[in-house]
Design a protein around this ligand. Sequence first.
Ligand SMILES: *Cc1c(COP(=O)(O)O)cnc(C)c1O
Length: 392
Amino acid sequence: MNIAADSPDFIPFNRPHLVGPELKYIQEAVLLGKLSGNGQFTQRCQQYFEEHYGIAKALLTTSGTAALEMAALLLDIQPGDEVIVPSYTFTSTANAFVLRGARIVFADSTATHPNLDVAAVARLITPRTRVLVPVHYAGTSCDMEALLALAKQHSLWVVEDAAQAVESRYQNRRLGTMGHLAAFSFHETKNISSGEGGLLAVNDPQLATRAEIIWEKGTNRAAFFRGEAARYEWVDVGSSFLPSELNAAFLWAQLGALGAIQQRRKQLWQRYQQALEPLAAAGCLELLKHPAESTPNWHLFALICRTESERDKLLAHMRAQHILAVFHYLPLHASPYFAPRHDGRPLPHAERFGRCLVRLPLFHDLSSDQQDRVIGAVRKFYATLGLVKSSS
Ligand SMILES: *Cc1c(COP(=O)(O)O)cnc(C)c1O
């Protein structure tokens, strides 16, 4: 695939944003002489989330995936347990529970947004269901009121996949603080990053002690170093989930610029929205709607094409203009790994998003001129199809 990535006018889909003090903080970490996990920078980052988000215990992890895997261990998921997950998500949402032997029961998205359809979730609950995993796609909140009520009614755990949802809100609450547990990601493609990184939010205080033990390879090391345990020993199962201080130092720099990052993303996002609303009104494409209770974090900008072939043509058209626009998830229930394990239910909304969704370049350093080119290219595509006038 020739995407003209070396041509000077190429617009990538994403580019990592450096806020400034990353290397200075990494140097500080090196000079402090402690490079392994749970040092000063790790603790600063964790405290930030505990204080600003009101999370009972925040634990930095090597990735959002690792945070989800920790959640599955912490909830003692056993072979045969059922976990309800949206099909339209990243593999890690399901994989974390598959690793524990759980049976994944995929639920469909709503018709207008890839987030879970809570009514569909309700129909999938059985006596073996243990966990519901809402994924806040694009940083837009799932219908948490209905979902939390459903979980309470059936005594189920809720693990929020808030990988895309740092700084998003639902009503007045932050995403990632409503489930018993939640996973954030600081992968290079997310709003703030440490290259690879994540965070497990332990919102149920009863899970906090054991979370720290699982995080520290099954030992009571963290408690021992706080002087709360007489000996440092193996007390439970666990694994290596801590990032090094180098990653935490990078993340600490990014956290310091969170406000500015969010502001720029919001500008870019709203500009796309304004520019493309006329095309949506003309019936050329659909835009994702944000429920009134959800304040998103401008993580990604998506549009939905009318058909798969039109989607493919749009992507090719953008590539020809040296712009990388991309599709997103292929529904997991129909994936090569899971299709033979799936119960055969069609999940039409997830399938439609798999066929028709397109994401446009959205990153902090995207210039207004570049964004104009992206918008112009989308308009031109629909003008060429004869659906709208090119001057629009
Ligand atoms: C990014 C992402 C993950 C995985 O996070 P990593 O940090 O890349 O492991 C999981 N779920 C969703 C919805 C994501 O967007």
